[in-house]
Structure formats: structure tokens, C-alpha cells
Design a protein around this ligand. Structure first.
Ligand code: PEP
Ligand code: MG
Length: 323
């Protein structure tokens, strides 16, 4: 069955033996909300907020961000909507932010690093919009995650700033709530520290596009090393396995929102690795949901074990082909 032929399933899906897997959509702009609903996504696993900042002269204000976030919540009543705080720097440049020019932007000030330093003002405005949106009724359940985490200290700093914003809103008499909070796991440092991160947060979401780049030391944009930028390399699979186990040990749920999550051929492997949620471009939601229903958890765990024991990508592929 081609990815595009799978029937739309609007209900949640479980493996053949009854383990529920949340299949959510990645959304990068408001026009992608309706297609995500139409394809039967269980919610949003990654709402990228960069669109709010691009192609304009200055940053969006608090109200504009609040409107955009509530629109996403209203598209998924009763479901979880994970909004990622601004992820610029690296490959994503925004002229009016005056980001430093860096020799190695992917190893430089990007994501939460900027939110906690040069652009603390933008981060505060975004947190105000998010905490206000978390208090609105009738829509989805807001969750918020920060990108490019490498250190426990960053998460502690984020938690303090969230508390500070909540206290400000309280003082001003503005309706607000503190949403569930999570971190993207995109750096080898975060995979190593996943249990400590999870102990401080509600969830982790593995960003395999960046995690692969950093585990394999292969620029995700450089065609010359495209063969190395390979999420099926055993080194990446072991990093994912480590993260899921450590995340669960720390008491958090663990999802995946990198491209790999949307490949239905990899669904048994990812379920076997223990992921609780998979988030992907809306177009692949029906095919992944269909695939989940055919999975036997025990067989999936064995498949994951075989893949984790492999030493090469070719061996992983043979294990997947035998499945
Ligand atoms: C990722 O890195 O896997 C991810 C989902 O984030 P982005 O592709 O936006 O960097
Ligand atoms: Mg990323």
C-alpha cells in the first residue's frame, strides 16, 4: 500500500496486542492545520513557531502569537498540541534578529541557546503568549517544548523563566496556566542526560533530523555527506534507544518528531524501541496509523533488539527486511 492510499483513521490506534501509540502531526504554518485534522492526526506533536517570525520586518507581538497558538489548539479539541519555542540560528536565519555570523552555525547559538541569551526578550514574549493560551477553554491541551537542549542547566533556566512569567501574569491579573513542558532531544549531550532532563519535565521528543546530524557529525544540508546523515545507522538507533529508556526511567513520556517518525516502514522498529508518540508530516499519518494496527509488541521489541545489535546500516536493513 502506498503511503497516499491508506484510509484515514480518525480514532486513536493500538498495536494488535493493545498498546496505544499516539500518531500526531508536525505543523509548520496555519495552512497545515486543516490537512492535519483531515488526515486523522491524534494531535500535534510539533508545532514549529518559526513561521511567525519569518518574512517580515520585526518579531510578532504577544497577541499575534497567542492567536496563532489558540488556532492550533482549536483545531484539536481535547487533544495534545505540542508547541515548540522559537528555533532559529543554525540553518534558520532571521534578518532583523541580528544573529551573530558564526563559522559553524549548527554548532553555534541556535534554539534554546538564543532564547536564554541574546533573545531572552523574545522568549519572554513567547512564554507569555503560551501561558495565556494554556488557560483557554474548549481547545486542545497545550504542551510546550524547547529545541536544541544540551544541558540540564538550560532546562532549569527555562523552568525558572516559566515560573517568572506565570508570576508576572498572576500579578497583572491575566488568565494563564502552566502547560506540560518538554525538551527536544537533538544532541548527543541530551541523549546522555535524558534521565535528568526527564526528571524535570513531562516529556521528551526526539528530533532525529538534528540528532542524526550531531551523532554522525554530518551536516544535514550537505549532500556530500548525505550517506552519513542516516537515522538507520546503529549509532543513531542506539542513541534513540538510550533516550527512550532513560526518559521513561525519569518519568517522562517520549515521542519522536524527526522525519524518520513518518516512514511507515520504520513504524515496527520505532514501536519496538518503546516510543509513545510519533509525530510526522500529515500526509503520512494514515499509513503509519494503519501500520501500528498490524504490530505485535513482542515481535517489534525483538526487531528493535536485533537492529540495536547491528554494527552497520546494511545489517539494520537486512533485519528490517526479515521482519
Ligand atoms: C529535528 O531536528 O528532527 C526536528 C524535528 O526539528 P527541525 O527539523 O525543525 O530542526
Ligand atoms: Mg531540530
Amino acid at each position: 500500500v502506498s503511503e497516499l492510499d491508506a484510509p484515514v483513521e480518525t480514532e486513536r490506534v493500538s498495536t494488535a496486542d493493545g498498546r496505544e501509540i499516539e500518531v500526531a502531526a508536525n505543523v509548520g504554518r496555519p495552512a497545515e492545520l486543516d490537512p492535519a485534522v483531515a488526515r486523522g492526526a491524534d494531535g500535534i506533536g510539533l508545532f514549529r513557531t518559526e513561521f511567525l517570525f519569518l518574512d517580515r520586518e520585526g518579531p510578532p507581538g504577544e497577541d499575534e502569537q497567542f492567536e496563532a497558538i489558540t488556532a492550533a489548539l482549536n483545531a484539536f479539541p481535547g487533544e495534545r498540541v505540542v508547541v515548540r519555542t522559537l528555533d532559529v540560528g543554525g540553518d534558520k536565519q532571521v534578518p532583523y534578529l541580528d544573529l551573530p555570523s558564526e563559522p559553524n552555525p549548527f554548532l553555534g547559538r541556535r534554539g534554546v541557546r538564543l532564547s536564554l541569551s541574546a533573545h531572552a526578550d523574545l522568549f519572554e514574549t513567547q512564554l507569555r503568549a503560551l501561558l495565556r493560551a494554556a488557560a483557554t477553554d474548549g481547545g486542545g491541551d497545550l504542551a510546550v517544548m524547547v529545541p536544541m537542549v544540551a544541558r540540564v542547566e538550560e532546562v532549569e533556566d527555562v523552568l525558572e523563566r516559566v515560573e517568572g512569567v506565570a508570576a508576572d501574569l498572576e500579578r497583572e491579573g491575566v488568565a494563564h496556566a502552566v502547560p506540560d513542558l518538554g525538551a527536544m532531544v537533538e544532541t548527543p549531550a541530551a541523549t546522555e542526560m535524558a534521565e535528568a532532563l526527564a526528571a524535570r519535565l513531562d516529556f521528551l521528543s526526539i528530533g532525529t533530523n538534528d540528532l542524526t546530524q550531531y551523532v554522525m557529525a554530518a551536516d544535514r544540508e550537505n549532500d556530500g555527506v548525505a550517506d552519513l546523515h542516516d537515522p538507520l545507522h546503529p549509532a543513531v538507533l542506539r542513541a534513540i534507544d538510550r533516550t527512550v529508556r532513560a526518559g521513561h526511567d525519569g518519568g517522562a513520556w517520549v515521542g519522536m518528531c524527526g522525519e524518520m517518525a513518518g516512514d511507515p516502514d520504520l513504524t515496527p522498529l520505532l514501536v519496538g524501541l518503546g516510543l509513545d508518540e510519533l509525530s510526522m508530516s500529515a500526509v503520512t499519518v494514515p499509513a503509519v496509523k494503519q501500520r501500528v494496527g498490524d504490530i505485535d509488541s513482542e515481535a517489534a521489541r525483538e526487531l528493535a533488539g536485533e537492529a540495536l545489535a547491528c554494527e552497520t546500516r546494511a545489517a539494520v536493513q537486512s533485519a528490517l527486511a526479515r521482519e
